[in-house]
Design a protein. Structure first.
Lengths: 84, 1247
């Protein structure tokens, strides 16, 4: 029982530290949001990737960076209605 | 049993990336001057700008083998030197001190704070440093912020605290800076957006109500913790912050910039004390008056006496100067005024020496000189009293008229290939080595570049001679003269003597024999000059030119030595005290200088059976009376070395060593060159062969032994030499079909051979005049003097400007032409621009529109005056228009005209996507077409378009003009075109089609629906096989079966990994090398049984019956090699780079990287490099703290590729470290052998 409790605590600390660590209660909305946000961070965090996207869009890198950050706010639309 | 893979590649970077991630000025040397630190790709470089040298010079550069994200500098209180802090993907905060003497970045701290990689919650995306150097804050895009406290420990040590956390979940960070608060507690300002509210709002309404906050974090140094001191709502579009100086009588605070908004804010401000400026908009016929700008870059500059200003750049490139009216530190208003228009920059650095350095997003980096601070002139100032502090309230929009540079003068353009959008290696000029053709840049700053591996020369003098000259010498009159006085030219059986004075005149009465060939000229003894001619030698003593006249004075003192009867001199060599001549009989006579300056012939002579072809004797070493060795090249394919020092029995000219060669030597020279030895210089023997091979060996000074030999083929003609000075160091010019410079690489201190970007010449000599120093050479009847001043950059570029962002480069090898398709999104096209300008002209009578300088090339086929009334696009960019495309096809001739020879604009909002040169079998070989894939009203994200088509442009027989032949509609975007079996293969969406030419449209001959999973973006072919690359799903091999009816295109093998392919090339029939959007290079191979069965000579019935495997093709490719390059490969090609070199894989990266992958051909070498890489990974771990193996395996484990950039680190190590590494290698490798192996990888295959 103690082991189980400890595993539970470890999982909780992991979830607190690393956003996106899943659990049995993760909803589809949370999961897809996290994937999208992780991807967007990766796009704007890798300089060649940011430049590649900026050239495609024909705008400055700063503008693309802001657009990608804006998309991180709500990457997959609003959350679903609660089920109750 | 050890398993060896059957392919292994050596990855080498030929040209480092030139895209700047960040650039900051600072005094990193502690010298009281400023340098610029830049981060390019995974490289940190330090540049120096000096007014004296008029330019920009790289001081130091090192690869940190990690993705650099931010760089910063800090200086501790009382310090005189700036230290460097960088954040990378290593999960470590690393700080360096640059040690100018050791030439290295010494790591001060290496603090682990998180996982490696570029992740959402691992800090490193932002770095802010307290201006007083007391603390630094690093943040991730979401949630995490860490603060480190820096303290001085003792005199030298800098302590760093453990990190203090300032996390806030569900909060995005947009920008972060360290506030200038003087010596109050360090405070950081952060632009944050808390999105937690909309996470639980199903209606989606709260999304629109989210607020951007400007948050102040204070680090309490007493309590050692971070508090969120204060925050306020700011404009939702805010994106960037700039520091406002604080402290004594200065305002402190931030400039918070957003869309159409520059606001001054400070901590605890009230609403009334916020001062806001709107960003002035451009005025002009083609400008949209409602378009709002954002600030993308900028810098703060503090003048002496506390005055300061900001330079802020908009996304158009306009730079504004923002100043403060702040008596006693209380801001009354802020003012803005246009400064100049510069290319859009990632970083702007103002240097105290009066320079501005712009690291451009695209194209050459530019160094400007500040001519004025932009305070004069009659352009209006806009000040904050004109604008409400809330940007939502109405206000009068400020406008300005763009104008050419007034405050800045461009001083230097630092060549930059960034960004490379397509590349081809070709040789239309028929030179020895192929050239690299690239299309670079974006928008109006796009260029077509020809890049060659060569050294840039400075042309000094060019004059013609009465007749062709075969050899040239220069000489001084006496041993202690500072400059050369005479130029001696060997014409056809005649000798011409020129005197260098104020003018160059023919010298008379010199006493030299002019009616004969000259073999050698040497300043001899104290004041003698010796002319060596076929029949003997003549020395003239005490020659003078009184009053700078051309008639020589000498007391008639000649010394002569005549060759024995019936023999002539065939080769000679001399230095100030020694002469050796070889006679036609095979004897070599040796002379020394006697005290009178006369020839003292040695009793001993050398007798050689074969003919002597060349001789060499080094310069007399300082403080000695003679050089110890004499080298003799013989026609029996050998070089022999003799000692000129009498041995114990008193006999001179004893043989010391012999080197046998592959061909007879044509020339020899012995020189001192910079090397790694403790003395700093070493004696080297250079041997040039009849076959065009160049050999350099060390020649031990005491023993005369030959060792450490380097060989390289230079050109198809015999090699001759001249000893010269290049960039202040001794070097050797090797002349063959083209001139080469053999010099010491200033960084690695190893031999480097680079062609000189100059015409071929047959003879050269060092030239030291009072006005300039350089190299004198003769070519036909021309006498030229040039100099080589920069041996660091071994590339020369030729640039041809283009109109829009180039998308694809197509070579017409027969005509030496290139077709470039170009398109710019959100840009006004030519037709609209013309209409708008015409409208403006009629309404305003054209009076107000600025008169722009002529920028259009007259040869471009349309009237230049049509466009001259708009702003010149090279400086100001094209006018923007949302949803519009400007696109064109240009024909570039880089060989003869070196210009764009034809331009076709696309109309009706069409944009070009792909292009291919094709000759249809049905119409005959001679009719060439350029097929161009075109989309109309294209929108990206999500992709939409109204129509898509393939346009067929018929080329004129010389390829220089074209007309539209037909246009065929497509159902999806044709992103890939390829000439295939006399037809045109088209990849449109998921479908692959094969078309033949019809009179009105293309006729479909074969069709493979849903050939790939996503979207075809590239096609390559060999034989009947097509390699189709998908934009997200790697490559699929397709076989064409024409016996079947209808013809079949059958995909038969694809990949297991989703590779976002950008480019691919078939290495052989089974193997494909490619690059992807994440910066990987990979090689995949089709299993041989699958490959064979696909080519079964039938209609492909078996193949179509094969069962699909996991919703793909029936078979899978194998991964052969994988490598992370940290740059997106845009083009890849299998080619040879140097004349006589093997074929290698050459790739070009978006950020300006040029790289090669060299296959290993020897297992022994491969094993050595494998061990060396492994040893270096631990013996010289990357200074970023990133594990090298992890870096090269960023997405997928690196496989069968050895990192040559890491291996080349071996060359810069000190002796002890090299020996210890060499000692650990199995296989009996010495450190010199490793040097040689590393050197050969470059010399034999690349540059």
């Amino acid at each position: 029982m103690a082991d189980k409790l400890r595993a539970q605590q470890q999982l909780e600390s992991l979830q607190a530290r690393y956003i996106g660590t899943g659990s049995a209660d993760t909803t589809k909305f949370e999961w897809t949001s996290n994937i999208a946000r992780d991807s967007l961070t990766s796009y704007l965090g890798h300089p060649p990737m940011l430049q590649y996207i900026s050239i495609g869009l024909g705008q400055s890198r700063e503008k693309t960076r802001i657009q990608l950050l804006e998309r991180m706010i709500q990457p997959v639309g609003p959350p679903p209605e609660p089920k109750e | 049993m050890t398993h060896f893979s059957n392919t292994s590649l050596y990855a080498l970077t030929v040209k480092q990336p030139s895209a700047t991630i960040d650039a900051i000025p600072g005094d990193f040397l502690g010298s009281g001057k400023q340098q610029i630190l830049t981060a390019n790709g995974s490289r940190l470089s330090l540049f120096e700008v000096s007014r004296r040298q008029k330019g920009f010079a790289e001081l130091f550069s090192q690869d940190v083998f990690a993705i650099i994200r931010r760089i910063g500098k800090f200086r501790l209180a009382g310090g005189t030197k700036d230290f460097i802090a960088i954040t990378t993907d290593s999960g470590l905060l690393v700080t360096y001190e640059y040690m100018p003497d050791e030439q290295e970045f010494r790591t001060i701290h290496s603090e682990t704070y998180g996982k490696s990689g570029v992740r959402r919650v691992v800090p490193g995306e932002y770095l802010a440093i307290d201006p007083k150097g007391r603390a630094m804050m690093i943040a991730s895009t979401e949630k995490n912020k860490l603060v480190y406290i820096l303290t001085r420990r003792g005199q030298m040590n800098i302590g760093i605290s453990s990190p203090l956390e300032a996390h806030k979940p569900q909060t995005l960070v947009y920008a972060m800076i360290g506030l200038d608060v003087g010596y109050d507690n360090p405070t950081f300002a952060v632009l944050e957006l808390d999105y937690s509210a909309c996470e639980t709002d199903p209606t989606g309404d709260l999304y629109n109500d989210l607020q951007m906050d400007l948050v102040y974090y204070e680090l309490d140094l007493g309590l050692n913790h971070v508090v969120r001191k204060w925050s306020e709502h700011v404009d939702r579009s805010s994106n960037i912050l700039f520091r406002v100086p604080g402290g004594d009588g200065l305002p402190s605070g931030v400039l918070c910039c957003g869309e159409d908004n520059i606001s001054y804010r400070r901590i605890f401000n009230s609403r009334s004390s916020v001062h806001r400026l709107a960003i002035p908009r451009r005025e002009g016929a083609t400008e949209d008056p409602y378009r709002k700008r954002i600030i993308v870059a900028g810098t703060l500059y503090t003048l002496k006496g506390g005055e300061f200003f900001h330079l802020l750049q908009t996304d158009d490139g306009d730079v504004f100067k923002v100043t403060f009216d702040a008596p006693n530190g209380i801001v009354e208003r802020i003012k803005i005024r246009v400064f100049d228009t510069l290319p859009v920059a990632t970083s702007i650095c103002i240097l105290k020496a009066g320079f501005i350095y712009i690291a451009c997003e695209s194209g050459d980096r530019i160094l400007y000189e500040l001519d004025s601070l932009g305070d004069s002139g009659d352009e209006p100032w806009f000040d904050s009293s004109q604008f409400p502090s809330d940007p939502a309230k109405p206000f009068a929009v400020p406008y300005f008229r763009p104008r050419p540079l007034t405050n800045l003068i461009p001083v230097e353009f630092v060549p930059s290939m960034n960004p490379i959008l397509d590349m081809q290696v070709a040789n239309p000029t028929m030179e020895d080595a192929p050239q690299i053709y690239t299309v670079n840049g974006t928008g109006s700053r796009s260029t077509f570049r020809t890049t060659r591996n060569a050294l840039e020369v400075l042309d000094l003098i060019e004059s013609s001679l009465p007749q062709n000259a075969s050899k040239v010498w220069t000489t001084r009159l006496a041993v202690d003269d500072e400059f050369d006085t005479l130029i001696i030219l060997c014409l056809h059986s005649r000798t011409l003597i020129l005197k260098i004075g104020e003018d160059v005149d023919e010298a008379t009465n010199t006493g030299f024999l002019t009616e004969t060939n000259t073999l050698g000229i040497q300043q001899f003894g104290h004041d003698g000059i010796v002319q060596i001619h076929p029949r003997g030698m003549r020395g003239v003593l005490g020659m003078e030119f009184p009053n700078d006249e051309s008639e020589a004075m000498h007391g008639g003192r000649f010394i002569d030595w005549a060759a024995p009867e019936h023999r002539t001199i065939v080769a000679c060599t001399a230095n100030n005290r020694q002469i050796a001549v070889a006679l036609s009989s095979g004897e070599i006579n040796y002379f020394e200088c006697d005290p009178d300056g006369d020839f003292a012939m040695a009793d001993d002579y050398i007798a050689i059976e074969s003919t002597v072809t060349c001789l060499a004797i080094p310069e007399v070493p300082e403080g000695r009376i003679r050089a110890n060795v004499l080298a003799v090249g013989c026609s029996d394919r050998s070089v022999r070395v003799y000692s000129t020092v009498p041995d114990a029995t008193g006999v001179t000219l004893q043989s010391i060593s012999v080197q046998s060669l592959t061909a007879p030597a044509t020339d020899l020279t012995i020189s001192y060159m910079v090397d790694k030895s403790s003395a700093g210089y070493g004696q080297y023997l250079h041997i040039g062969l009849q076959s065009g091979v160049y050999i350099r060996s060390t020649l031990a000074e005491t023993t005369g032994e030959i060792g450490d030999t380097r060989r390289r083929f230079l050109g198809p003609e015999p090699v001759t030499f001249a000893r010269i000075i290049a960039a202040g160091e001794p070097a050797v010019v090797a002349m063959t079909s083209r001139p080469w410079l053999c010099y010491t690489n200033p960084r690695s201190k190893t031999l480097q051979l680079t062609p000189i970007n100059y015409i071929p010449f047959k003879s050269a000599w060092n030239f030291e005049g009072s006005q300039f120093k350089g190299i004198i050479c003769v070519s036909g009847n021309e006498l030229r003097i040039f100099s080589v001043n920069n041996v660091v950059d071994n590339f020369v570029y030729e640039v041809i400007p283009l109109k829009h962002t180039p998308r694809k480069l197509v070579a017409n090898h027969d005509q030496g032409l290139f077709y470039v398709i170009q398109s710019d999104s959100n840009t006004m096209d030519l037709d609209t621009r013309k209409t708008l300008i015409k409208q403006a002209k009629t309404t305003q009578n054209g009076a107000d529109i600025i008169k722009a300088p002529e920028t259009e090339d007259g040869a471009e086929g349309h009237n230049a005056s049509d466009e001259s009334d708009e702003f010149p696009p090279v400086e100001f960019g094209w006018p923007k228009a949302p949803g519009k495309w400007a696109s064109c096809i240009q024909v570039v001739d880089p060989v003869t005209d070196k210009a764009v020879v034809h331009t076709e604009h696309l109309h009706h909002n069409q944009s070009a996507l792909s292009a291919a040169l094709v000759a249809f079998e049905s119409l005959g070989e001679n009719t060439m077409f350029l097929a161009v894939g075109v989309a109309q009203d294209l929108q990206l994200n999500p992709i939409q378009f109204s129509t898509a088509s393939v346009q067929l442009w018929q080329l004129s027989p010389n390829g220089r003009t074209m007309h539209l032949y037909s246009e065929t509609p497509m159902t999806n975007l044709p992103r890939a075109l390829l000439a295939f079996k006399g037809k045109l293969a088209v990849g449109a969406g998921r479908d692959l089609m094969l078309y033949d030419c019809g009179t009105k449209a293309l006729l479909r001959k074969a069709f493979a629906p849903n050939c790939v999973p996503n979207h075809i973006n590239g096609l390559k072919t060999q034989g009947g096989r097509l390699v189709v690359s998908d934009q997200s799903q790697s490559v699929t091999y397709v076989v064409h079966k024409e016996q079947a009816y209808p013809q079949r295109l059958i995909p038969f093998v694809d990949d297991t990994v989703a590779r976002w392919t950008t480019c691919a090339e078939m290495v052989d029939y089974e193997t494909v090398v490619g690059g992807d959007k994440f910066g990987n290079l990979w090689v995949v191979r089709c299993p041989s049984n699958v490959s064979e069965s696909s080519d079964e000579p039938n209609d492909g019935q078996h193949l179509t019956q094969d069962k699909k495997y996991l919703a793909g093709t029936p078979n899978r490719l194998n991964l052969v090699a994988h490598y992370f390059a940290n740059d997106i490969p845009m083009a890849i090609q299998k080619t040879n780079l140097i004349s006589g070199g093997e074929r290698i894989i050459f790739w070009a990266g978006l950020q300006g990287t040029l790289g090669v992958l060299i296959p290993f051909s020897s297992r022994r070498q491969h094993k050595m490099f494998q061990q060396l890489e492994l040893l270096l990974q631990t013996a010289d771990p990357p200074i970023s703290g990133r594990s090298h193996l992890a870096f090269r395996s960023y997405y997928t484990p690196s496989k069968c590729v050895i990192d040559g950039d890491l291996c080349e680190r071996f060359l810069v190590f000190g002796r002890d470290k090299r020996e210890s590494i060499a000692g650990q290698l199995a296989g009996g490798w010495t450190s010199d052998m490793i040097d040689d192996a590393i050197w050969l990888q470059r010399a034999l295959y690349s540059f």
